[in-house]
Design a protein around this ligand. Structure first.
Ligand SMILES: [Zn+2]
Length: 58
């Protein structure tokens, strides 16, 4: 089976899968607890947009 890497930290792990993309437990927890104005939150949002929502458009 193909190894699954988190789209945020790019490490292998377990967590939630969105449209076939992994967001690991660490990153999920981090984004839940971090401030919405923090750099990490921005980074996370951008990654999601880039990796998940763009893919949808082809
Ligand atoms: Zn991660």
């Amino acid at each position: 089976m193909k190894e699954v890497r988190c789209i945020i930290c790019e490490k292998e792990g377990y967590g939630i899968i969105i449209r076939g993309m992994l967001i690991c437990n660490n990153c999920e927890e981090k984004v839940i607890t971090c401030d919405v104005n923090s750099d990490f939150y921005e980074f996370y949002k951008n990654k999601l947009k880039e990796k998940i929502y763009k893919k949808k458009l082809g």
